[in-house]
Structures are given as structure tokens and as C-alpha cells.
Design a protein around this ligand. Structure first.
Ligand code: UDP
Ligand code: MG
Length: 307
């Protein structure tokens, strides 16, 4: 029999927290009083995460574990969870307990009221650097200003989605899966519950700055091509200004035979802008290339307690 609830927990090198997350999730979900499955997705962990999960799976048959052949990333891990989930409602939560599982009953209540997406919205973030808080806050507002899709600010992957939304998500063939954006794109009735994001239970963030930057670019490129338009507009404005400057320099040379100052600097400056625009195009073209190869989003090495 299919369970009513599926909980997806992506985990990459989370040996310090995984036992505790299992405990807290089991406590919350058994309190709900309906059948459930916990789906841990081990995203190619190189620590003891895999063996800890294997032990848990042996004892508890409501826990499934999907183990990837290598580290594919947070979004592919959640995608796999959605592919394997059988519940009527699917919940997603990070392994590190930054998002409180105790909020699930509230999300479930909203789902029972008829909402298809209930996302957790961070009212406050604890135990994160000022830099991360500030860049995140700026980023979500910037992203919202760039897209037609209403992507709510200050949300992560902590949410409940209904079976309908899960099926709709699975029909999206794209490989670059900026899930929080795709869920908004899919539509249906959506609502938020507010919460305080706590600090990690243990361990380090698995999102170093380079990954964070790539992730930010994924979000922008997947939902907007405005940056490309800006490059064109900027190019137009600069051409016009350069033309005016050229006319000025030419007149000055005719009438006073003074050469225009600072040419080298001006040329370098504009070449920098041209290279930036090409780089920006590269961000898009690289992603088109990734999509066109049509490789699978993830490769599964083994599934524990699968059917
Ligand atoms: N994660 C993953 N694969 C990765 C990176 C992260 O499955 O390549 C998982 C990680 O184990 C955690 C969640 O994604 O459950 C969020 O990662 P993290 O807490 O490190 O990010 P932060 O909260 O610092 O942004
Ligand atoms: Mg975290």
C-alpha cells in the first residue's frame, strides 16, 4: 500500500546529523498518525552516511535510501526523491535540521485545506554568516524582479507539494533544475508558513561559495534572459556615448590639433565590457549545451527498501 506522506531528505556527507534527523523526522511523522515513508537520498557521500543509512533501513522498513553513484548535487537529489516518492503529499527537508520538521503538521494542515504547495518562508536565519544572509536576501529580491514567474522570496526547498504538483514536476524534462523556481512555475494553489531557520545541527555547509554562485546563476538563467537584453542595451548606450566622444575628439583635433586624452584606458574599459557580455552569453550557451546532451539527471547505485 502506498503511504500517505513521503519525506525527501537529500544528504551529502551528513554523518554527524543523519541519525538525529532520522529520529526527529520519525518522531514528527509518527505523531501525524498516517502512513509515511522517509526517502533519504545519499548524494554520493564519502563519509559514513551510507553505512548509517543502511543500518537504519535494516531496522525500519518505512525508510528508503537511494544511493547515487557519485555526488550529483542537491537539486538532482531532490529530483530523485520525487521520482521515487509514492505519497499523496511529498515533503522536502534538508538533512541538517536547519528547517524544523516540527513544522510539517502545519504544512499538512494547509494541504488538507486544499493547498497544493506549502512552502516554508524564512522569517529569520540563525547561525549563518552576515554575508550569506545579506547575499541571499538581495539575490531573492533580484531574481523576483527579473522573472515573470512569482518566485517567493526567502524560501528554500523546505516545503510540501501535493501529488499533482509532484507529477507535474516530473514531467518537466530540464536538467538544470532550480526546484524552488520550477515549483512556482508549475502553479496550483500555493501558500507559505513562516519559520525561523536555525543553525546547522552539526557539520559544515555543503554549499561553498563556488557552488552557491553556480546555483545563483542557475536560478537566473533558468528563469530570465533579461541579462542578455541588458548586455544589448548597455552595448547600445556605450556605442552612442563613444560616438559622441569621437565626434568631440575629432572636432577638437581639427580646431586645436590637440589629441584626445586617455584613449588606451577607454578602449580597455570597453573591451572589458565586451568580454563580460560574451561571458554572460557563455553562461546561457553552456546551459543549452548541458540540456542538449540529454544525459540523465542522476545515476542510482542502489536502492534500499525499494519495492
Ligand atoms: N546536499 C546534497 N548534495 C550536495 C550539497 C548538499 O544533497 O551536493 C544536501 C545537504 O546534505 C543538505 C542540503 O542539501 O541536506 C542543503 O545543504 P546545506 O545544508 O549544506 O546548505 P546550506 O543550508 O548551508 O545552504
Ligand atoms: Mg543547511
Amino acid at each position: 500500500m502506498d503511504p500517505i506522506f513521503s519525506v525527501i531528505i537529500p544528504a551529502f556527507n551528513e554523518e554527524e546529523v543523519i541519525t538525529e534527523s532520522y529520529k526527529r523526522l520519525t518522531q514528527v511523522m509518527s505523531g501525524v498518525g498516517e502512513s509515511y515513508e522517509l526517502i533519504f537520498v545519499d548524494d554520493g557521500s564519502r563519509d559514513k552516511t551510507a553505512s548509517i543509512l543502511a543500518e537504519i533501513c535494516q531496522k525500519d522498513k518505512s525508510v528508503k535510501c537511494i544511493r547515487f553513484s557519485r555526488n550529483f548535487g542537491h537539486m538532482p537529489a531532490i529530483t530523485a526523491g520525487m521520482d521515487y516518492a509514492r505519497g499523496e503529499a511529498v515533503l522536502v527537508i534538508d538533512a541538517d535540521l536547519q528547517d524544523p520538521p516540527e513544522l510539517f503538521p502545519e504544512m499538512i494542515a494547509k494541504w488538507r485545506e486544499g493547498f497544493d504547495v506549502v512552502y516554508g518562508q524564512r522569517k529569520e536565519r540563525q547561525g549563518e554568516t552576515a554575508f550569506k544572509k545579506w547575499t541571499a536576501a538581495m539575490y531573492y529580491r533580484f531574481l523576483r524582479s527579473m522573472t515573470q514567474v512569482e518566485i517567493p522570496v526567502d524560501t528554500g526547498e523546505f516545503r510540501l507539494i501535493s501529488r499533482k504538483v509532484c507529477d507535474a514536476m516530473r514531467r518537466l524534462p530540464e536538467k538544470n533544475r532550480y526546484i524552488r523556481g520550477l515549483v512556482s512555475w508549475v502553479g496550483f494553489r500555493q501558500t507559505a508558513v513562516g519559520y525561523v531557520r536555525e543553525k546547522r545541527f552539526a557539520g559544515q555547509t555543503k554549499y561553498p561559495l563556488t557552488k552557491m554562485f553556480k546555483f545563483a546563476m542557475d536560478g537566473i538563467t533558468a528563469f530570465s534572459y533579461k541579462p542578455l537584453k541588458w548586455a544589448a542595451v548597455l552595448g547600445g548606450v556605450i556605442s552612442l556615448l563613444s560616438f559622441l566622444y569621437l565626434a568631440f575628439a575629432f572636432c577638437r583635433w581639427i580646431f586645436t590639433s590637440a589629441a584626445a586624452p586617455g584613449w588606451g584606458g577607454v578602449v580597455l574599459f570597453f573591451q572589458g565590457i565586451v568580454l563580460m557580455a560574451i561571458g554572460l552569453m557563455g553562461e546561457y550557451i553552456g546551459r543549452v549545451f548541458e540540456e542538449s546532451k540529454d544525459r540523465p539527471i542522476y545515476i542510482v547505485q542502489e536502492v534500499l527498501n525499494g519495492d
